[in-house]
Design a protein around this ligand. Structure first.
Ligand code: SF4
Length: 276
């Protein structure tokens, strides 16, 4: 999205292909247009994303006037409609309120409404439910899921919550130390992980079907300092399956079986190793 100013931000390499265009190679004017019109974001902390000095109507209308060429009256009407779509009660009155007059969950609903003002092709939701309690989490994710179907918007959810992934996501990309280490369809990945880090994550989830005294699995060690990533496979200091090669070479992401990718030298042996 190129939201981090350069400098101090640096893009070391690679491509970000969106609808056939490399987002890293286009002009600032083009990326600004894509950001509003085609890709929208919902961040984890709505209080810092909403402007406390303007009413919700003003903030929603600004985007509608700018990106959808609406006049002031049309934008005001559409703002109420959007608030209703994300489940804000008494939307006609509440649209005139300011951010501090809403709870955290309601503010996040407003952020989702704001992201939808331009009817984007892609919605990136970065830990969208971190700041709210569990009941509200489910409501927000259900809203995103419903709008995904209604608007035909593709959604990328960035999350640490495996329960959210299991319930809402079709395809998972697992990241470790800034690199993609495993990718696959959700059901298949949960049933048989092909990277030791994914295996560790899934084993760390408390299970209701096991006895209460069952000890919870913990991945040993600490996540690496991103300024000093270990040589070879970044996961090797914590990996019970590490071999010499893992300390020297970085494993590439490769297809292991149909639609399943893993960046581990031992992915193909894992079922056998785990069984030992
Ligand atoms: S490459 Fe080696 S260290 Fe890295 S996850 Fe696979 S087995 Fe473990």
């Amino acid at each position: 999205m190129r939201l981090i100013p350069y400098p101090p931000g640096v893009i070391m390499g690679g491509e970000v292909i969106f609808k056939g265009r490399d987002l890293l190679a286009i002009s600032e004017a083009e990326i600004r247009k894509i950001r509003g019109d085609e890709i929208a974001m919902v961040f984890q902390e709505p209080t810092t994303s909403l402007n406390p000095l303007f009413s919700i109507k003003t903030q929603l209308s600004e985007s509608l006037i700018l990106h959808r060429d609406m006049d002031k009256e049309g934008a005001a009407e559409e703002s109420v409609k959007l608030l209703k779509q994300v489940g804000i009660p008494d939307a006609e009155r509440r649209v005139n309120n300011y951010p501090h007059q809403f709870s955290g969950g309601m503010q996040q609903r407003i952020m989702i409404a704001m992201a939808l003002t331009c009817n984007p092709d892609l919605l990136i939701a970065d830990e969208p439910t971190t700041s709210v309690d569990v009941t509200v989490q489910a409501q927000l994710l259900d809203i995103i899921d419903r709008l995904r179907t209604e608007y035909g918007t593709a959604v990328i959810i960035i999350t640490h919550n495996l329960g959210v992934i299991a319930r809402y996501v079709d395809r998972v990309n697992v990241m470790y130390a800034g690199r993609l280490v495993e990718s696959g369809e959700t059901g298949a990945l949960f049933a048989q992980p092909m990277h030791p880090y994914t295996m560790g994550l899934l084993s760390s989830v408390p299970r209701l079907d096991l006895p209460r005294k069952h000890e919870l699995f913990v991945i040993g060690g600490q996540p690496p300092n991103l300024a000093r990533i270990p040589p070879g496979c970044a996961f090797h200091p914590r990996c019970q399956f590490a071999i010499d090669r893992c300390r020297q070479e970085i494993p590439e992401l490769e297809e292991i079986t149909d639609g399943r990718h893993s960046a581990c030298f031992r992915s193909r042996e894992l079922p056998e190793l785990v069984g030992k």
